[in-house]
Design a protein around this ligand. Structure first.
Ligand code: MN
Ligand code: MN
Length: 408
C-alpha cells in the first residue's frame, strides 16, 4: 500500500482541498490527509483512493452528522464531460445523461476562437446563455421576419425561443466562452438542425426551385461535420452586420445583466433576470448569486420548479433537505453543475477564501423563492414557539425583510 506522497498532497490541496477535523497525518510524511472519520464514527481510508477528488468533496467524505438517507447525485463537473473539439473551438454538455436527476434543464459550455462560428442552426429547446469570457456576435430572426444582431460581452445574456434560427461567432481579440442553458434535460447538442445538414440532404433540383436559380449552382456545401463550429474571418463592426430590416427591429434576444442594480447585502449580491426584466426569456429564469467569504445563501426553497446551477468561481457547499428526514451535502467549485429538485430546502455556504459566484436557473417565466427566516418572522411567535422551542434571542433575530445572502 502506498501512502500519499507530500507532492500528491500539495497538488491536491492546491486543487481546492479543504482540511477539517477528520484530517490526520500521513505516517510516512507527516502531512495531513483528509480521512473519512469524525469522533466516534468512520475510520481511515488506507486506499486505494483518489485524494484530489476526496479533497474536492469533503462533505461527501466526511458528511455533516445532520446528513441522512438517500438523495440522488446533485453535482456533475464539466471536467467529467466529453469535449467535442472542432476546427473553430470546442463544446461539451451536461444533460440528463450525465446528471440523471436534471430532467428540466441541460447545459452546454462552449468556446469559440476569434472568428469561430457556431453554425447557423435551430433546435426544439429554447436556448438561454451567459457570457463567461470575451465577446461574441449573435444573429437571429423572429417569426415576423425581423432580424436581430448584437455583440455580447462578459455577464451578458441571450435567449432564443425554441425553433428560432441563430448563430454565434467569437470576436477579437480572443473569441468567447459561454454557458448555454436549454429548457429540456434531454437536449443534445449533437442533435440540432444545421443549415449545412439540410442543404446536404435536399436534392439540388429542389434547392434550385426553392431559390429560383439553376440546380447546377448547388452541391458545393461542405459536409456538416466540417462546419458546426468552424473558423471564419472576424467580422467587422456591429453596424456593418445590421442587415436592412424593413419590418423594423425585433424583440431583444440579448440582455445586459450586469447593468442591473443587484439586491445587495453586506455579504453578497443577487441579480435576477426573468421575463419581467428580459421579456424574451419566457421559459428560463435566472439569478446570478455572489457570496463573500463567510457568507451564506440563506435557507430557502423555490415554489415553482427545480433549480439547475452553474458554478463560475469560488468554493462552496450546498446542504439539501429532501423531507422524510433526508438531507445531503455537496461541494462545488468552478465548472460544476448543481441541481436542487423541486421544492427541496437548501442553503449554500462559501467555504473558501474568495468570492463565490454561481447561477441559479429555473425552467420558468419567473423567479421565486421562499425564505425560511422571513416565513418564521411572519408567523405568530407563540405558534412558532410551540414547534421549535427556540431561545428568545433567535426569535428576536428573525427579519421580515428577505436577505438572500447573510449576514445581512
Ligand atoms: Mn443553439
Ligand atoms: Mn435556490
Amino acid at each position: 500500500m502506498n501512502f500519499i506522497s507530500r507532492r500528491d498532497m500539495l497538488a491536491a490541496t492546491a486543487a481546492g482541498g479543504l482540511l477539517t477535523a477528520a484530517t490526520v497525518a500521513s505516517a510516512q510524511t507527516g502531512e495531513p490527509i483528509l480521512q473519512p472519520q469524525r469522533p466516534g464514527h468512520g475510520g481511515t481510508d488506507p486506499g486505494p483512493r483518489n485524494i484530489t477528488r476526496d479533497l474536492q468533496n469533503p462533505d461527501l467524505l466526511v458528511p455533516p452528522s445532520t446528513d441522512h438517507g438517500t438523495l440522488p447525485n446533485l453535482r456533475f463537473s464539466f471536467s467529467d464531460a466529453h469535449m467535442r473539439q472542432e476546427s473553430g473551438g470546442w463544446t461539451r454538455q451536461v444533460t440528463v445523461r450525465e446528471l440523471g436527476i436534471a430532467k428540466s434543464v441541460a447545459g452546454v459550455n462552449m468556446r469559440l476562437n476569434a472568428g469561430g462560428v457556431r453554425e447557423l442552426h435551430w433546435h426544439k429547446a429554447a436556448e438561454w446563455a451567459y457570457m463567461l469570457y470575451g465577446s461574441a456576435r449573435i444573429t437571429a430572426i423572429d417569426v415576423q421576419g425581423r432580424s436581430f444582431v448584437d455583440d455580447v460581452g462578459v455577464g451578458d445574456l441571450w435567449y432564443f425561443p425554441s425553433g428560432i434560427p441563430h448563430s454565434i461567432q467569437g470576436l477579437g481579440p480572443d473569441g468567447a466562452e459561454f454557458l448555454l442553458v436549454f429548457d429540456d434535460g434531454e437536449f443534445d447538442e449533437d442533435n440540432t438542425f444545421l443549415i449545412s445538414d439540410w442543404f446536404k440532404h435536399t436534392p439540388n433540383e429542389v434547392l434550385g426551385k426553392n431559390f429560383g436559380v439553376p440546380a447546377s449552382l448547388f452541391g458545393k456545401t461542405p459536409d456538416p461535420s466540417a462546419l458546426y463550429i468552424f473558423p471564419a474571418p472576424v467580422p467587422g463592426p456591429l453596424s456593418s452586420d445590421k442587415t436592412a430590416d424593413p419590418a423594423g427591429t425585433t424583440q431583444r434576444f440579448s440582455h445586459r445583466l450586469m447593468a442591473q442594480a443587484p439586491i445587495k447585502t453586506s455579504s453578497g449580491a443577487v441579480r435576477i433576470a426573468d421575463s419581467k426584466v428580459f421579456p424574451a426569456s419566457t421559459t428560463i429564469a435566472a439569478a446570478l448569486v455572489e457570496i463573500e467569504p463567510g457568507g451564506l445563501r440563506e435557507l430557502h426553497w423555490h415554489p415553482n420548479t427545480d433549480e439547475w446551477q452553474y458554478w463560475i468561481e469560488g468554493q462552496a457547499r450546498m446542504g439539501v433537505f429532501a423531507a422524510s428526514g433526508q438531507a445531503r451535502t455537496f461541494d462545488f467549485q468552478a465548472g460544476d453543475v448543481g441541481y436542487v429538485p423541486f421544492a427541496m430546502g437548501h442553503y449554500i455556504e462559501n467555504t473558501g477564501t474568495t468570492t463565490v459566484r454561481f447561477l441559479e436557473m429555473f425552467k420558468s417565466s419567473y423567479y421565486a423563492d421562499l425564505s425560511l427566516n422571513q416565513w418564521m418572522a411572519l408567523t405568530p411567535p407563540e405558534l412558532l414557539e410551540a414547534h421549535l422551542k427556540l431561545d428568545p434571542q433567535v426569535t428576536r433575530a428573525l427579519h421580515k425583510k428577505k436577505y438572500p445572502v447573510v449576514p445581512a
